[in-house]
Design a protein around this ligand. Structure first.
Ligand code: NAP
Ligand code: GCO
Length: 266
């Protein structure tokens, strides 16, 4: 048996939400490397154009669309366009997300709702848009990008942790409700990854020293480094491929060992 064929995504269409840069871009690149046709979305024309150029530089003929994943009508239109241009969405990666680092007692309800809307409700919206087609074809892959905060809390990220904890359970519920249609819904839980989203946590201090949070993460990670978006490619290809057909409702943590480690003695 050619076991590598189990990891092939040849001819399958993947939608990566928020795939203009960061983790989404790297996951899309990895899926393309395994043969998938790539569709991605973001909210801004400038990000879209930069992303299309970046995909072309990588030799990837990605299709990009402007779509806000919190707006059901926009998502419905996105899926229709992709199905028309690339074919049915067989792989959905719910990656789009934001974070607001604000102490809970200072956070407004609107700010809390915005984070939950994008990081959790949007995954419900996009999954609901692709599930009927997956059910009809009796196969499909949904991958939700969870987080360390699906398991752990920390100061200032109450909305984000609530959303990512909910996303873990939405993942398990989709797996439970649609497994009978040969649809697998799993999560990837990245550790601390060097992207624009975490740039504020890695900024050099005025004296040129590392950010205290940067030093903290290094001390909490057995790998003694931040992850890169590319570290997530293999997990994404695995969960998008036939190789994971009997894996369902699982959150695969790609965190350099943070969740296993008490942390280095100061
Ligand atoms: P990022 O660099 O901030 O990228 C986020 C992406 O989401 C951008 O492409 C952004 O595009 C898009 N986006 C945000 N809101 C959107 C909306 N309403 N509709 C459509 N697109 C939207 O973040 P990242 O670090 O790559 O993180 C990607 C995912 O991984 C997020 O879900 C994040 O929570 C999760 N994660 C990140 C880390 C980490 O350490 N970086 C670790 C664990 C999990 P536009 O702004 O142009 O729309
Ligand atoms: C933070 C970070 C984290 C990461 C990621 C960790 O402020 O703690 O942004 O939330 O983004 O989610 O897995």
């Amino acid at each position: 048996m050619d076991i590598l064929k189990k990891f092939s995504l040849e001819g399958k269409t993947a939608l990566v939400t928020g795939g203009a840069y960061g983790i989404g871009f790297a996951i899309a690149e990895g899926l393309a490397g395994a043969g998938a046709k790539i569709a991605f979305n973001c909210r801004g024309q400038e990000h879209l154009e930069k992303a299309l150029a970046a995909y072309r530089e990588k030799g990837i003929d990605a299709r990009g669309y402007i779509c806000d994943v919190t707006i059901e009508e926009e998502v419905a239109g996105l899926v229709q366009k992709i199905e028309k241009e690339l074919g049915p969405v067989e792989i959905l990666v719910n990656n789009a997300g934001i974070i607001k680092r604000i102490p809970m007692v200072q956070m407004s309800v609107e700010e809390f709702r915005e984070v939950v809307d994008i990081d959790l409700t949007a995954a419900f919206i996009t999954s609901k848009a692709v599930l009927p087609g997956m059910m009809e074809r009796r196969r499909g892959k949904i991958i939700n990008i969870c987080s360390m905060m699906s398991e752990l809390g920390r100061e200032t990220v109450s909305a984000y942790a609530a959303a990512k904890g909910g996303l873990k359970m939405l993942t398990r519920n989709i797996a439970s409700e649609y497994g009978a249609w040969n649809i697998q819904c799993n999560g990837i839980g990245p550790g601390y990854i060097a992207t624009p989203q975490t740039a504020p946590l890695r900024e050099r201090q005025a004296d040129g020293s590392r950010h205290p949070f940067d030093r903290f993460i290094i001390s909490k990670t057995p790998a003694e480094r931040w992850g890169t978006p590319e570290d997530l490619m293999g997990a994404a290809v695995f969960l998008a491929s036939e190789a994971s057909d009997f894996v369902n409702g699982h959150i695969l943590y790609v965190d350099g060992g943070i969740l296993a480690y008490i942390g280095k003695q100061p």
